[in-house]
Ligand binder design. Structure first.
Ligand SMILES: Nc1ncnc2c1ncn2[C@@H]1O[C@H](COP(=O)(O)OP(=O)(O)O)[C@@H](O)[C@H]1O
Ligand SMILES: [Mg+2]
Length: 252
């Protein structure tokens, strides 16, 4: 059995007298340690699917299995990062990163050391006692990433994590995310609406088509690692971008 197994997922939202079929019938698998990007037009159900993968939303039908266990509520082995960092403004950087452990009553010296080392990894150790209002957008997302990693998740679910940042900051954070991934080897599923970002980051790109959301294509990204900005000028990178673009184009 694969590490992450998605079996015939459908999702229908009912609000008032309006019914939205957000996801049709979606099945796929992700191997342990794989980096998968989900792309698709707005409204194709990417966020819905990610929330179902993480147990934040129970699908109308279908099942998700993580390491052989049925996902019914958010398991501790999953870390999330969303476009908005959702930091607690009244808590310091250190208090924010420790929050997931505090909720579980697991704060001890080892936890504090681990938090400090993660903050150092994302370049925020000097800001441990600062409040979120003193962080730039890029720093806030770095902190959100560090907070998602504090429980050493096996699976990292990212929903357009750097989507609100300027292009250069976004590029830098993508490179940092790849370093973290290469170091800790979590499995990653990342939603993005950027084809460039998807091809740059992923081992495999899943293209969602809409109405209702369905899996349109799966494209293997057989580009060498580690990935660097030099890749952006490579013909193979351009070729894969075009392949992904064409798949989305056919469904838009
Ligand atoms: N809580 C909700 N209630 C009703 N409809 C929703 C809800 N969340 C999402 N939808 C609808 O489901 C579809 C898929 O949304 P979403 O998963 O957010 O897509 P994406 O992330 O690809 O933009 C859209 O048509 C959206 O309007
Ligand atoms: Mg979305």
């Amino acid at each position: 059995m694969s590490f992450l197994q998605v079996e015939k997922i459908t999702q229908t939202y009912i609000s008032g007298n309006r019914t939205v079929r957000a996801l049709g019938n979606i099945s796929f698998e992700v191997s342990q340690g794989e980096f998968v990007c989900l792309v698709g037009t707005s409204g194709s159900g990417k966020s819905t699917l990610l929330r179902i993968l993480g147990g934040l939303l129970t699908p109308s039908s279908g099942k998700v299995w993580l390491a052989g266990e049925l996902v019914e509520k958010p398991p501790p082995s999953i870390g999330f990062v969303f476009q908005k960092s959702n930091l607690m403004p009244w808590r310091t950087v250190m208090e924010n990163i420790l929050l997931p452990l505090e909720i579980e009553g697991r704060i001890d010296d080892a936890a504090q050391d681990h938090a400090r080392s993660l903050l150092a990894t994302v370049g925020l150790l000097d800001f441990a006692d600062a409040y979120p209002s003193h962080l730039s957008g890029g720093m806030a997302q770095r902190l959100a990433l560090a907070r998602a990693l504090i429980r050493q998740p096996q699976l990292l679910l990212l929903d357009e994590p750097f989507g609100a940042l300027d292009a250069l900051t976004r590029e830098r954070l993508n490179l940092e995310l790849l370093h973290l991934w290469q170091r800790y080897r979590q499995t990653v599923v990342m939603v993005t609406h950027s084809i460039d970002e998807a091809v740059f980051m992923a081992d495999r790109v899943l293209v969602l088509g809409g109405q209702p959301g369905h899996l349109e294509a799966q494209i293997s990204i057989d580009l060498p690692r580690p990935r660097t900005v030099d890749l952006l000028g490579e013909p193979d990178y351009g070729r894969l971008r075009l392949t992904v673009r064409r798949q989305i184009g056919e469904t838009a």
